[in-house]
Design a protein around this ligand. Structure first.
Ligand code: MN
Length: 265
């Protein structure tokens, strides 16, 4: 990866506090409790937040903006739009499962699509936001896949396929990735310690390039607060209220700093 790919594109976005950050909801019609928790967090954000950032893998997968017309996606978009129209700006960043989310969905949701990474200024802090997959640089197989799938011409070719073929590809990729995770868990001892996690040197490089004191990202499903040379890295939880280990939270940034707000109730 070149240095420029990691360098935030534009000047920091000024954001009013409190700002809320969520990611990895993996919304899909098959997870109704998770969808309900998402609806609840929007209601709470309308009352308590001044901005909502969704840092990728918002949908379980997304193979093209025609999906915006599906009843499921249209309902999600309408819910986001309601928040945006209530005066709480909504920002969307791509994840590795929904990087084809495009302008049509963003317009329907009243949301602004963000470059990954993006720097914001909020509550006196300069914070860099990322989905987080580009920080997992030790996973060379994935990084190769990522470079290919982010090429404009590869995406244009893929989008020329019929929707049914694209859905079949997405299901196949998801099955591969799930099998990979299962193998990883079974062989935990055999793997290098950073496998599937953010690589410390990539984290330091991003914080450095962004001139930021905090990094917020998702993707790894390892929610935590880490310190790196006096800078802080917050990892967001994934959401799942339909499985055996319910989890959901928003991270808030306001004048008191960062606070985790559980959303499991
Ligand atoms: Mn991800």
């Amino acid at each position: 990866m070149t240095a420029s790919a990691r360098t935030p594109a534009a000047a920091p976005i000024p954001v009013q506090a409190p700002a809320w950050f969520i990611s990895d909801l993996h919304l899909t019609p098959g997870m109704p409790r998770t969808l309900a928790a998402f609806q609840r967090v929007l209601d709470r954000a309308a009352q308590n937040a001044r901005a909502l950032f969704i840092l990728g893998d918002f949908f379980e997968f997304w193979v093209g903006d025609e999906e915006t017309a599906s009843p499921f996606a249209a309902g999600v978009a309408a819910a986001l739009r309601q928040l945006a129209e209530a005066g709480v700006p909504v920002y969307l960043m791509h994840g590795n499962r929904d990087f084809l989310l495009g302008r049509r969905f963003a317009a329907a949701a009243g949301a602004t699509l963000l470059h990954d990474p993006t720097v914001i200024e909020c509550a006196g802090l300069r914070v860099v936001l990322s989905h987080g997959d580009m920080l997992c640089t030790d996973d060379e197989r994935y990084m190769r896949f990522r470079r290919w799938t982010r090429r404009g011409w590869v995406q244009r070719l893929f989008l020329m396929l019929p929707l049914s073929s694209r859905l079949a590809v997405a299901r196949r990729l998801r099955a591969d990735s799930e099998a990979g995770r299962a193998r990883q868990l079974a062989n935990a001892d055999a793997m290098p310690p950073t496998y599937g996690d953010a690589t410390p040197s990539a984290v330091s490089a991003l914080l450095e390039a962004s001139n930021a004191t905090a990094l917020v990202h998702g993707h790894t499903h390892r929610p935590a607060r880490h310190e790196h040379d006096g800078r802080v890295r917050w990892v967001l939880t994934d959401w799942d209220l339909d499985g055996r280990h319910p989890r959901a939270a928003a991270l808030q940034l306001d004048a008191d700093g960062f606070t985790v707000l559980p959303q499991t109730d």
